[in-house]
Design a protein around this ligand. Structure first.
Ligand SMILES: Nc1ncnc2c1ncn2[C@@H]1O[C@H](COP(=O)(O)OP(=O)(O)OP(=O)(O)O)[C@@H](O)[C@H]1O
Length: 255
């Protein structure tokens, strides 16, 4: 499948590809029990663009995201993050790549309960022994709109606020790409909208690249582009999606 998504964000000039998969297959199990979760996926995600991955249940969305992020190994094919082919890396190299170049946001916010919001945001930088880019950090905290909550622990924050802290934590290391797995799955629609608006802003203002798996057509409508999986294959994509065009495409796929 060719890459037809347009990059957005502050960059100009030709779009570069932040993450690419080529001929990726993933088989779980062997023999009669083998499950072909991915059956030859070719896809590219442009730098500074917000892309959603959708598809019916069991179509391979989580498997693809895990393979793209170096959280799982592919059976065959290649994955590149920037210029690095991650499918050839050792476990140690993958750990460093995930630490230094990839950000993650999960459905369950995964904040450390004993740390304040600000300490949670700074934690990945500290683990990596990196100096914080104070200007970026200030900007992220301003954009996240939680300045007066920075001293609060996760239990003192709403679900939406906790997820915004988790997104800020992912942004603080300036990763080449953020992978978000159902980031609004545990949130009510208003909190979900706040988190999605924040993701959108981080793409527009910070040039962040985001790849998000979601079941929700409204969440997908915040993206620049939606790619659709069915039975382990990328079957179609929608540019500048609306909730309605996403829903229509999903219904056709599930028919
Ligand atoms: N660890 C595993 N072992 C065996 N089969 C697996 C494993 N993980 C996923 N699968 C299978 O691979 C296929 C793709 O699963 P995956 O979780 O990627 O789909 P998905 O599109 O994310 O689904 P959902 O929308 O339900 O979360 C499914 O048939 C699933 O049962």
């Amino acid at each position: 499948m060719t890459v037809t998504g347009e990059a957005s964000g502050p960059r100009t000039g030709p779009a570069t590809v932040a993450v690419a998969a080529q001929g990726v297959t993933k088989v779980y199990g062997t023999g009669d029990a083998a499950v072909h979760a991915l059956r030859g996926v070719d896809v590219g995600f442009h730098t500074g663009a917000f892309t959603a991955i959708m598809g019916p249940s069991g179509s391979g969305k989580s498997t693809l995201m895990h393979c793209l992020a170096g959280l799982d190994t592919v059976t065959s094919g290649q994955v590149r993050i920037g210029d690095t082919e991650i499918t050839g890396l050792s476990d140690n190299e993958l750990t460093l790549l995930r630490r230094d170049r990839v950000g993650f946001v999960f459905q369950s916010f995964n904040l450390l309960p004993t740390l304040t919001a600000e300490q949670n945001i700074r934690l990945p930088l500290e683990i990596a022994g990196r100096q914080a880019d104070q200007e970026l950090l200030d900007r992220v905290i301003r954009t996240v709109g939680l300045r007066d909550r920075l001293g609060h622990r996760p239990a003192e924050l709403s679900g939406g606020q906790q997820q915004r802290v988790a997104v800020a934590r992912a942004l603080a290391t300036k990763p080449q790409v953020i992978f978000a797995d159902e980031p609004t799955g545990n949130l009510d629609s208003r909190s979900g909208a706040e988190v999605l608006a924040f993701l959108r802003t981080s793409v527009r203002e910070l040039g962040q690249t985001i790849v998000m798996v979601t079941h929700d057509p409204v969440a997908a409508s915040y993206a620049d582009r939606v790619v659709f999986l069915r039975d382990g294959l990328l079957v179609t994509e929608v540019l500048r999606p609306t909730a309605q065009t996403v829903l229509d495409t999903l219904m056709k796929l599930e028919a």
